[in-house]
Write a protein that binds this ligand. Structure first.
Ligand SMILES: NC(=O)c1ccc[n+]([C@@H]2O[C@H](COP(=O)([O-])OP(=O)(O)OC[C@H]3O[C@@H](n4cnc5c(N)ncnc54)[C@H](OP(=O)(O)O)[C@@H]3O)[C@@H](O)[C@H]2O)c1
Length: 298
């Protein structure tokens, strides 16, 4: 017979719920409402009022998704919206796509260049004023300007570095203090398989995406003691307009190298973002989640 584990049944939300014991591990006692108990004061058992709870109402956390109106970003915005977040989706210039996105999803959008620090500063101030402090940041905005070294201009280099990597600095810089003061933050930076493995004709893109992975690990170390997690996702080839720009014969060769035998869907990446930004995900930081159908493993 198993010895009785200390503690016994605990009063949870006015009801006695018996603890669950695991056979052969009598010293482990799972309490059915462990998660709910965690939100109580450990001495008095009273429910803790967190900063989001005012008068019994839970305020949704504000999430900013850069490049959040098309492709992978649109799927991320929708996934976070479905997870109960108050999402604001950013875009660069395609207003028609942004308007269609809002009409379909009800998610508000904001136009600014994520690679431009001054533009980000004005936008973050506006979002805070209209929606509240940003607690979840998804740095997804990205572009490609491909060409071999012989053909790559300095301008193609700068555009890709500024949009893909500079945007991560800009928006983390502008939101990090707010997250610190809330003692909560979730940052997800969208890298790429090509930042992990390199790609012919993409020194700019591979450098920017590889930079994102280093940036993520460094910032994760700064955020940890403030309850801020910083993670990256490295998508493989995902069926969006960016990939549709790749010539058909090249795409066929790419798909042949994907063990799962298909391109990724934007939702495959969005699920990863929802996982990494969950309130419960507070022990996952500095990691890079590869979502690539098995194309690159290391
Ligand atoms: N698709 C893939 O296979 C793949 C693979 C690995 C990584 N990724 C990465 O995943 C992210 C999303 O890619 P995607 O394929 O979904 O791209 P996409 O379909 O081309 O959509 C890009 C989004 O980013 C926005 N954007 C571009 N430049 C911006 C800027 N300077 N400021 C603000 N927003 C900007 C666009 O706004 P507008 O609508 O106004 O143009 C659009 O909403 C990128 O970081 C990309 O590098 C993609």
């Amino acid at each position: 017979m198993s010895p009785i584990a200390p503690g016994g049944p605990r009063l949870v939300d006015g009801r006695d719920e018996p603890p669950v014991r695991i056979p052969n591990f009598p010293y482990i006692v799972l309490r059915p409402a462990e998660g709910r108990m965690a939100a109580r004061d450990w001495k008095t058992g009273e429910k803790r009022r967190n900063r989001e709870q005012q008068g019994g109402l839970t305020m949704a956390r504000v999430a900013l998704v850069t490049g959040g109106t098309r492709g992978i970003g649109a799927a991320i915005s929708v996934a976070l919206h479905k997870a109960g977040r108050k999402v604001v989706a950013n875009y660069a210039g395609n207003t028609a796509a942004a308007e269609a996105f809002t009409a379909e999803t009800g998610i508000p959008t904001i136009r600014f260049d994520a690679g431009d620090f001054a533009a980000c500063e004005a936008a973050v101030a506006r979002i805070i004023e209209e929606h509240g402090a940003i607690e979840i940041l998804v740095n997804n905005a990205g572009i490609t300007r491909d060409g071999t070294m012989a053909r790559m201009s300095r301008d193609m280099w700068d555009q890709v570095i500024d949009t893909n990597l500079g945007s991560c600095f800009n928006l983390c810089k502008l939101t990090f203090d707010g997250m610190k003061s809330k003692k909560f933050g979730r940052v997800v930076n969208i890298g790429s398989i090509n930042g992990q493995a390199g790609q012919y004709g993409q020194v700019n893109y591979a450098a920017a995406k590889s930079g994102i992975h280093g940036f993520t690990k460094a910032l994760a170390q700064e955020g940890a003691r403030f309850g801020i997690t910083v993670n990256a996702i490295a998508p493989g080839y995902v069926d969006t307009e960016m990939v549709r720009a790749v010539p058909e014969d090249v795409l066929v060769k790419i798909v042949a190298r994907i063990p799962m035998g298909r391109l990724g869907h934007a939702e495959d990446i969005a699920r990863g973002v929802a996982f990494l930004t969950a309130d419960e995900g507070d022990f996952i930081t500095g990691s890079t989640l590869s979502i690539n159908g098995g194309q690159h493993m290391y």
